[in-house]
Design a protein around this ligand. Structure first.
Ligand code: SF4
Ligand code: SF4
Length: 411
């Protein structure tokens, strides 16, 4: 795509990156077929190609309006379009650059600004979010149904975290909302890895990966969170004792993979960011690499529950991890039920379910219909946001796949 970027961005690193991405796009429109918002709304400007065109115009200096921002706000950043694109257009990177420009040239309503500020303040603060959640859980029984389904019930027992005893060590991220919503996930990962000869440890000061604020268009705040997380991890990484950073939430994993790009212009952090991005792996990749040890621990022919796997966008599109969890669950004896249109987003997408509730609910209803079509007794996923979002719309239990794998090991 021929571009003529405006002087304000042409000679900046962002301008050069955006121009290189825009030049790759041949305007074929293949990506529209797999874009969830285009499927729902049928408007070209709510398709990847349309949004790329809007961003191109904004970067070329054309007037930017609230309509421009609305079409970008409606994008889930699911990156399904990246998986589909035959030309390798990095839509997610372009969207980050375009959103930053559009945000700086438009003014949101006071209500919108307050909502975004409150989300950006509360969600990344683990203690504050935990306190708010506990309060919500206390009054949950008397809440109207519409509100009650938004507050997940208290999680079950967490279980013990094994003491570090192996030479092989990996870092885990507790994250910002997961410790309050489902603290059992990381503990289950630690126990499974312990049995595979790997000690999983959490850095005490580690907090949010930065995704929440970054995708609320507070990109500077998001970068601050990323730097703080790098600082928390760095002593362990620098000592060279850490083999990998094993992510139990694919949303955080996809974000940490991007540190190398997002902090590329920061002279103090770019090298550290590159190292961190190289170390990060989804938990399913980590465990799949231990297949021989895992097979020894699994009972051969056990037949277990019928499970539908909801593959989060951040896993399949953001990190290009395909089929790994399904193979692990099948190896553990679970029967995988088929899921149609598995490439489509469930509508969770960070704070999207709060900021774009109508589209989010429509996508969730479609996703749940696809997940339930095969009659599963359980739904498994790999990301805390998807887990809570999907669970609020179905009576089928939704759990992280590592908990199912651990149950298979325990039998
Ligand atoms: S599929 Fe790729 S090249 Fe084609 S319009 Fe979409 S982004 Fe552009
Ligand atoms: S990221 Fe997802 S919602 Fe956004 S344009 Fe691409 S496919 Fe559509």
């Amino acid at each position: 795509m021929q571009t003529e970027l405006a002087a304000f961005i042409r000679d900046t690193p962002e301008g050069r990156e955006a121009e290189a991405i825009l030049r790759k796009c041949v305007h074929c429109g293949f990506c529209s077929a797999t874009c969830p918002t285009y499927q729902l709304l049928g408007d070209e400007l709510d398709s990847p190609r349309g949004r790329i065109y809007l961003i191109k115009q904004a970067l070329e200096g054309a007037p930017v309006t609230e309509r421009t921002r609305l079409h970008l706000d409606r994008c889930l950043t699911c990156r399904s379009c990246e998986t589909t694109c035959p030309s390798g257009v990095q839509y997610g990177r372009l969207a980050d650059i375009g959103r930053s420009v559009v945000e700086s040239r438009t003014t949101r309503s006071l209500w919108d600004r307050c909502k975004r500020a409150a989300l950006g303040y509360v969600l990344p603060r683990t203690l504050l979010f935990g306190a708010a959640l506990r309060l919500g859980q206390l009054v949950r029984p008397v809440l109207p149904r519409a509100l009650r389904v938004k507050v997940p019930p208290p999680s079950g027992p967490v279980g013990a975290w094994p003491a570090p005893r192996h030479d092989r060590k990996m870092l885990a991220l507790a994250g910002c909302v997961q410790p309050a919503l489902a603290p059992a996930i990381n503990a289950a990962a630690a126990r499974v890895l312990d049995r595979l000869g790997i000690s999983l440890i959490e850095a005490p000061a580690a907090g949010c990966c930065g995704a929440l604020r970054f995708h609320l268009n507070d990109q500077d705040g998001g970068r601050d969170d990323m730097r703080a997380l790098i600082d928390a991890w760095w002593p362990q990484v620098e000592r060279g004792k850490i083999e990998a950073i094993a992510m139990t939430a694919s949303g955080c994993g996809a974000t940490v993979h991007e540190y190398v790009h997002v902090l590329a212009q920061d002279p103090d952090y770019r090298h550290k960011a590159a190292r961190i991005s190289l170390l990060v792996r989804d938990l399913s990749e980590v465990i799949a690499a231990e297949a021989p040890a895992l097979e020894k621990l699994l009972a051969g022919d056990a037949r277990r529950t019928r499970v539908a796997f909801q593959s989060p966008c951040s896993l399949q599109h953001g990190q290009q991890v395909h089929g790994e969890v399904e193979r692990l669950l099948a190896k553990a004896g679970y029967e995988l039920s088929p899921v149609a249109d598995a490439h489509l987003c469930c509508g969770s997408a960070g704070t999207y379910s709060i900021l774009q509730p109508d589209l989010s609910m429509q996508l969730r209803a479609r996703k749940i219909a696809a997940l339930e079509a095969g009659g599963p007794q359980m739904i498994a996923t790999a990301n805390i946001g998807c887990l809570v979002h999907v669970q609020a719309g179905t009576t089928v239990p939704v759990r992280h796949w590592i908990e199912l794998l651990e149950e298979a090991l325990e039998e």
